[in-house]
Structure formats: C-alpha cells, structure tokens
Design a protein around this ligand. Structure first.
Ligand SMILES: Nc1ncnc2c1ncn2[C@@H]1O[C@H](COP(=O)(O)OP(=O)(O)OP(=O)(O)O)[C@@H](O)[C@H]1O
Length: 324
C-alpha cells in the first residue's frame, strides 16, 4: 500500500531519474584557471525536489562548480545543462530561475532588512505590490519579521544568512544554490538555518549546496558527491556512502603513547586507521571490538563507540580529514 504523505516532495535516492526530473546535468565539467585545474571533468545530475550536496575540503573545487551552475562563471570544458539550457548561451534565462546564496554575504549594510529584499525584487522586475507582499512572507519565513525596518549591520551572522536566503527567494526560484551556507555560524544558528532549509525542501524547492561539514551534508542532503582536488571521488546518498565505504560503527581509541602504529590491532575490526591523536577501528560491532582490544591486553586511555559518518567515508577515500 502506498503512503502518499511519505512520498510527496521526496525523491528516491536510489531510483533512476526520469529525464525531465533532472534539472542540472554536468558531464566532464571542467574549470581551469590558467594552469590550475580547479574542476577536473565531473559528472553529476541534480533531480527536481532533492537536496544535492557537494562535500569536500577547502580547495576541492566546490565553489568553482557552483559558480558554473549559477551561470556566472563559464565552464572551460565539458557540458552543463540547467533546465535543459546551456548557461553559456542562455545565461539570463537560467539565472532568472535560480536563487543564489553566495559564500560571503553581499547584503547592503546601509539599507534596512526589508529594503535589501525590495531592491532584489525590483532587480528581477517584479511588480512593487508583489515585492512588498513577498517581503512580508519571506521575513516571516526567515524569522526576521520584527527586524524589517532595522539596519542590516547590527544583525548576527545567522540573521544575515537567513536574510540572504530570504532575498534569494524573492524571485520564487526553482533551484536555490547555497555556497557554504553555515560556515562561521555557531551551532545554534546553524541548526536554525538547517530548519529553514528543511522547510524549503518540503515546499519543493530544489536545493544545491556546498559544504565541508559532514554533519551538514548528512542532515540536509538526499544525495551528494564527495569532491577532492577537483574530482568526484564518491557519489550517493549519505547512507549509501557510509554503507559502501565505512562500517556501521567505529571504535575510537586514545592511548597514552600517541604512536598507535605498533599496537597489535590486526583483525580486531574490518579496518584500522591510525591517526596522529587516535586509532579508529572500523567494525560492525564496536562493543565486540572493544572487548577484543581488552583481550589483547591493551589499555587505552579512552574507548568510544560511535556510528560511522561521512568524515569516515572521506578519510577512507583520501586518507585525510575533511577539516584540516
Ligand atoms: N578566480 C580564481 N582564480 C584562480 N584560482 C582560483 C580561482 N577561484 C578558485 N581558484 C582555485 O581553484 C581551486 C578550487 O577552489 P574552489 O574555491 O572552487 O574550492 P572550494 O572547494 O570551494 O574551497 P573553499 O571552501 O575554500 O571555497 C583552489 O585551488 C583555488 O585556489
């Protein structure tokens, strides 16, 4: 029996995408800056209604990809189609259907909160009555209704980000592009922003975001690609990636002697990673692995069992941590 309310506005991350469900298609997409290849032939599809993420460390090529998708930076090679259009020749038509939240806020600090949305609405050529009406709704959505007439300058970082999102929504875009939406925000502000993004997703807005926070990618993204050095090193839903590249649990061990390389840990889990400050034992059963460690006479200072995350996926694929 189908359960309609569970499928409305959702995509099946494992299912094949119908052709007209693909809003953004990149094939061998490349961006060069002189000799530097910032994006090195990436393939991806973004489907209608999903939240799609580009996850990777600084310099991975996420923003460069996002700028090509935003039709503000031309591709150096490969193919890109957005709504079936080529941004190289149909830039204005593509941009009219996108909302963009850049990595750095570009709000006008001299203007008030509502004026920042008004000028954007007018820029998109919307009638004044529509702009005013939408501004009221959007400021409610951004939880800034009581700040409409305040100047932007004294707002907190989280409020400014929410205002930037509200401003990007004034043209009622089909796709919202968010470059590092929560970088620099405190945990409370990040959660408040995630909550707004969840709401947008529920309303059917397609979200495309870049992030180097694995928890953000896990929380928000239906599907994502993991990028490193301009390439896609893995693609799938967070769950698929964790199942494919990590075990269900991780036993994190810390020893008094930081050098874990000599420890007799062979076979205690499916895989062992020795980091400078801790040893990670990948295992389906963390408690059983902890017992095996103890049985070998090892006495770590601490032993913590946790679930695998996308950070573990990235570590497995690249040998490095996402946040250096
Ligand atoms: N306008 C530019 N001119 C020259 N090099 C650039 C330019 N923009 C980006 N790069 C380089 O391209 C590479 C990829 O940068 P990009 O900003 O796309 O990475 P990123 O994954 O978004 O990282 P970050 O989170 O730091 O923005 C980096 O080596 C960067 O220095």
């Amino acid at each position: 029996m189908s359960v309609p309310w569970r499928t409305v506005g959702r995509v099946d991350p494992d299912g094949p995408a119908a052709h007209d469900d693909v809003l953004i298609r990149g094939r061998a997409l490349t961006k060069r800056f002189g000799e530097l290849v910032a994006v090195d032939g990436v393939d991806f599809d973004v489907r209608r209604g999903e939240a799609f993420g580009f996850l990777g460390p600084n310099g991975a090529g996420k923003s460069s990809t996002m700028k090509m998708v935003g039709a503000v930076s031309p591709a150096s090679g490969g193919q890109l189609r957005i709504f079936g259009l080529d941004p190289a020749t149909d830039g204005p038509a593509v941009r009219a259907r996108l909302g963009v939240v850049p990595q750095r806020d570009t709000l006008d600090e001299e203007l008030t909160v509502e004026e920042n949305i008004w000028i954007y609405g007018r820029y998109f050529g919307l009638p004044w009555t529509v702009v005013r009406e939408r501004t009221v709704e959007l400021l409610e959505f951004a939880q800034l209704g009581d700040r409409a007439a305040s100047k932007v300058e004294p707002l907190s970082g989280g409020m400014k980000r929410r205002l930037t999102i509200a401003r990007a929504l004034v043209s009622d875009p089909e796709i919202l592009l968010l470059d590092e939406p929560t970088t620099g925000l405190d945990p409370q502000a990040r959660h408040a922003l995630w909550d707004r993004l969840f709401r947008l997703k529920k309303q059917g807005v397609t979200l495309v975001l870049t992030t180097h926070y694995m928890d953000e990618a896990e929380q928000l993204c239906d599907r994502l690609v993991v990028m490193d050095h301009g390439r896609i090193v893995a693609a799938g839903s967070p769950r698929q990636l964790i199942e494919r590249y990590a075990t269900r649990e991780v036993l994190e061990l810390r020893f008094a002697d930081d050098d874990g390389t000599h420890l007799p840990l062979d076979g205690v889990g499916a895989r062992v990673e020795v980091l400078p400050d801790r040893v990670l034992v990948y295992t389906p059963d963390g408690d059983a692995a902890a017992a095996a460690v103890h049985a070998r006479g090892l006495r770590p200072l601490s032993a913590l069992v946790r679930r695998s995350t996308l950070e573990d996926v990235f570590l497995h694929l690249t040998g490095r941590s996402l946040v250096d």
